[in-house]
Design a protein around this ligand. Structure first.
Ligand SMILES: [Zn+2]
Length: 86
């Protein structure tokens, strides 16, 4: 009977190991979520975090810039070099 107890404990350890192996996958998904939050576009004119709204963006040097308002977009379009880091 001792052998059976040993097998049950071993089985339990295997299950625990499998469960602990599943955690890094969850961590990776969390990191992906954090990364997507970090990539919030910033208005280059007023440095405000903005939503990636397709109606308020402008493309300069093949990079799309997003703006909080139409007035910021107009300022950028008038003098893009002033607001883009060189
Ligand atoms: Zn702005």
């Amino acid at each position: 009977m001792k052998k059976i107890n040993y097998l049950v404990i071993l089985l339990g350890l295997i299950i625990l190991t499998l469960k602990s192996n599943a955690n890094p996958i969850i961590d990776k998904q969390k990191n992906k979520l954090i990364d997507s939050v970090k990539k919030v576009p910033v208005d280059p004119v007023c440095k405000m975090k903005v939503k990636a709204d397709a109606s308020k963006n402008a493309v300069y040097n093949k990079i799309t810039y997003h703006f909080c308002s139409e007035s910021c977009k107009q300022k950028f379009v008038a003098e893009p070099a002033k607001y883009v880091k060189k």
